[in-house]
Design a protein around this ligand. Structure first.
Ligand code: KG4
Ligand code: ZN
Length: 340
């Protein structure tokens, strides 16, 4: 039997059909990048309307790829938290409707837990127990994970998420949306030491992060302090590349150092990293070097499973094995998951 998984937490409409052994029989993603590009950020109302248009074709595509229908499915699973309210609603209503119509059990998925589970999907060994680092557009959090579903919060950002900072830096430099890939592309030709951007909270005892300061420092590097408006400002390519490289180095530095410290603190020898920012080449390289130096086993989600997708919804199989089903009263839990 297989699972139908649905993901609509932010701006990707995705569905997948996944066997109990993790085999992906079908997977479809409709991205909304073009719709949000001119706003240099996701506009929630536009996102939810686009989900409404796309959800059924996307589910249909995943089922057709799998050559499967309701009779082949063991359950319908859906990400119900965290995320944008209107976006989550579309996925949850679709999943509940199909579960009711097809008389299938329903499973609720935590989107952050699913991001980390993407690591297990690519690993031939158990990735637990581990420290899990989630770095996405809305979240930057460290967890002690004793299983796919048992996570203890160690710390997280107290303001912006790492991905959000990438997006805002790209918007200030006007180099494209989403910002992460654009910044890392330009960073390749820049000098990571050109600007000494702050590594906030690096030496704090806990595992919290802060990325709003580095964002402000980038702004000052571009326009100088105290200037409100930088409409019409011309930034040459060399400066753009240097800002990107120095910003990326600052963010990666903090993420790597705090993750290593977390592993030592909770006495595990594995680190898992998931979420959109985990696709970043420099972060991946620096983590690999840290893994060699500090002798821990590193599993980073494969690049195609870092950004939002429905394949990581395979975590629902873990819930099914535990008998953790949701009722048709499953409701969305929108917003950011901060502090837990
Ligand atoms: O996990 P995700 O697709 O959505 C959320 O759950 O938030 O993450 C999206 C974030 C965006 O902020 C995007 O700029 C960032 O991941 N991102 C990257 C890269 N690719 C995507 N950040 C840095 N480097 C990348 N290569
Ligand atoms: Zn995500």
């Amino acid at each position: 039997m297989s699972l139908l998984t649905i993901e609509t937490t932010c701006d990707e409409t995705a569905a997948a059909v996944i066997g109990e052994d993790g085999t992906v029989h079908g997977s479809a993603i409709a991205t909304q990048e073009k719709l949000h590009e001119r706003f240099t950020g996701v506009v929630p109302e536009i996102a939810s309307r686009a989900h409404v248009e796309r959800i059924l074709p996307v589910i249909d595509t995943a089922l057709k790829q799998a050559k499967m229908g309701a009779k082949d499915l063991a359950a319908v699973a859906v990400a119900y938290t965290p995320g944008l309210a209107g976006s989550l609603l579309v996925g949850v209503v679709a999943a509940k409707t199909l579960a009711a119509a097809w008389r299938l059990p329903l499973v609720g998925i935590n989107h952050l837990h699913a991001h980390l589970y993407a690591c297990q999907l690519s690993a031939p060994h158990s990735v637990y127990p581990c420290v899990g680092l989630i770095v996405s557009g809305g979240h930057t959090s460290l967890y002690h994970c004793t299983s796919a579903l048992d996570l203890t919060y160690l710390g997280g950002t107290i303001d912006d998420a790492a991905g959000e900072a990438f997006d805002k830096v790209a918007a200030m430099l006007r180099i494209g949306f989403p910002g992460g890939p654009a910044v890392s592309r330009l960073a390749k030709s820049g000098d990571p030491k050109a600007y000494q951007f702050p590594r906030a909270m690096l030496n704090d005892a806990g595992f919290d992060f802060s990325f709003s300061g580095v964002k402000t420092a980038v702004r000052y590097a571009i326009v100088g302090p105290g200037k409100q408006d930088f409409e019409g400002l011309v930034i040459d390519d060399e400066k753009k590349a240097n800002v990107c490289a120095s910003f990326e180095a600052a963010v990666v530095d903090v993420l790597v150092q705090k993750s290593v410290r977390a592993i030592k603190k909770v006495c595990v020898d594995q680190l898992c990293v998931g979420g959109g920012v985990a696709a970043n080449g420099m972060l991946r390289r620096e983590l690999e070097m840290a893994a060699k130096k500090h002798r821990f086993r590193l599993t980073i989600a494969p690049p195609e499973l870092c950004t939002d997708n429905a394949v990581m919804g395979a975590i629902a199989w873990e819930k099914i094995r535990r008998g953790e089903f949701a009722g048709l009263d499953l409701n969305i839990q929108p917003g950011l998951q901060r502090g837990y």
